[in-house]
Design a protein around this ligand. Structure first.
Ligand SMILES: Cc1cc2nc3c(=O)[nH]c(=O)nc-3n(C[C@H](O)[C@H](O)[C@H](O)COP(=O)(O)OP(=O)(O)OC[C@H]3O[C@@H](n4cnc5c(N)ncnc54)[C@H](O)[C@@H]3O)c2cc1C
Length: 371
């Protein structure tokens, strides 16, 4: 996602970009939520209509429950003074919109099934890279948009600490039901469990369940009835969604981690998206942060590509200064929220409407308008 959006933003500025995707078809992971900060970037790239036309669904509020009791409601129309909705749009849908737009840009070459086998280095500057399909490629700048296990990050020597959460998340899709159609509801309980139900398009809903590892392992070998009884104990307003749940063994299990790199690149190499930060999905902002990083990095690289800017390292520092405070705030916010599930008062205190809704005002001292 991050690499494709960056290529689009740079291509629109007339810059030549090659995207090398390792997979035969791009990864389609579980991200489903676009929030105002990510929407702003997509709007600036003229993609919003395409995302909505492909089935992205606008929503304005989410209710939050602890041990079955409603403790908060986030209403984007009431709580935000800008960007008054979010969009439920699966990663695949958003990525398809970006890739379709890339096809219109002769400046951008998007290649799949490409393995980068080595980097040619001169200190912290990369001079070229050896690829499996295209031989040696040379560029002025290189970007690692290669996800949480970033190969590029390792090659340029940036070390990160990933802390895996005890809670595991499970994702599955089911036919639409009335309560989910009506409203997004997020439930947590004081045993550290989580259930989030939201629509995917108009015919289906996503169930995201979270359990601490031992309970998750036990429930994976239990029947659908046992799982439903467990979720029903705290998902008080979503009985039709709970009744639709099948055995947990059929869900995709996702380990969740927290990570934020201190450096966002070295020399003429930048990193973005999951390669520099992993946030807890309870924030619903991993895909958004990747898109926001891409919007900012495109501005910084565009400046660096101006003739007089050759050799300047300040573009990388500008990018880091503008993005680091925002990314750090979201990583910490997600950590605080998911660590507070067992304590109702602490959970309520940790829930921050502005952060949850991706409002960035005041977080980055030099944040600029998306162009
Ligand atoms: C189950 C799940 C649910 C999520 N839910 C949400 C959500 O609701 N909202 C939200 O905002 N975020 C969510 N996220 C997070 C979000 O999906 C990620 O933060 C986002 O996809 C990161 O984008 P990215 O482009 O940085 O990385 P990725 O999407 O991981 O893309 C990395 C790409 O790099 C490619 N690649 C990797 N290594 C190489 C290599 N060596 N050479 C070439 N290519 C390579 C991969 O094939 C992949 O296409 C969720 C994530 C998961 C797993």
């Amino acid at each position: 996602m991050a690499g494709a959006v960056l290529a689009l933003a740079l291509g629109r500025k007339g810059r030549r970009v090659i995207v090398l995707e390792r997979a035969a078809t791009p990864a389609l992971n579980g991200a489903d939520v676009l929030k105002p900060a990510g929407i702003a970037v997509l709007r600036s790239l003229g993609l919003l209509e395409s995302v909505l036309a492909r089935g992205g669904r606008k929503r304005t509020s989410v209710q939050i429950f602890h041990d079955g009791t409603r403790v908060a409601e986030l209403d984007y129309r009431r709580d935000l003074d800008e960007g008054n909705y979010f969009i439920l749009a699966p990663y695949a849908l958003v990525l398809t919109s970006v890739l379709e737009a890339l096809k219109e840009l002769p400046e951008v070459t998007y290649l799949t099934s490409q393995e980068v086998t080595s980097l040619q280095r001169d200190g912290s500057w990369v001079m070229g890279m050896q690829t499996s399909g295209r031989g040696l490629l040379r560029a002025r700048y290189y970007v690692g948009a290669d996800g949480a296990m970033s190969w590029v990050r390792a090659q340029i020597g940036i070390e990160v600490q990933r802390q895996t959460y005890a809670q595991k998340l499970y994702f599955a899709k089911f036919p639409a039901v009335a309560s989910v159609d009506e409203l997004n509801r997020l439930y947590v309980d004081s045993s550290g469990a989580l259930a989030y139900f939201y629509p995917v398009g108009f015919d289906a809903f996503r169930a995201v369940l979270g359990f601490e590892e031992a309970e998750g392992d036990r429930l994976v070998s239990a029947t659908a009835e046992v799982l439903q009884a467990r979720v029903r104990s705290f998902a008080s307003q979503s009985q039709d969604a709970v009744a639709a749940l099948t055995e947990l063994a059929g869900f995709a299990r996702i380990p969740v981690a927290r990570m934020h790199a201190a450096e966002y690149g070295r020399g003429n190499v930048a990193l973005l998206g999951d390669a520099i930060h992993n946030v807890h999905p309870i924030t619903g902002q991993g895909m958004n942060l990747s898109i926001e990083d891409a919007g900012e990095l495109a501005c910084c690289l565009d400046e660096a590509l101006e003739p007089g800017a050759r050799g300047s390292a300040s573009w990388l520092e500008r990018y880091r200064v503008r993005r680091w405070p925002i990314n750090e705030a979201v990583v910490q916010y997600g950590h605080g929220l998911c660590s507070s599930l067992k304590d109702r008062e602490q959970f309520i205190a940790s829930f921050d409407r502005q952060m949850q809704a991706s409002r960035r005002g005041g977080l980055a001292p030099q944040a600029r308008q998306q162009q």
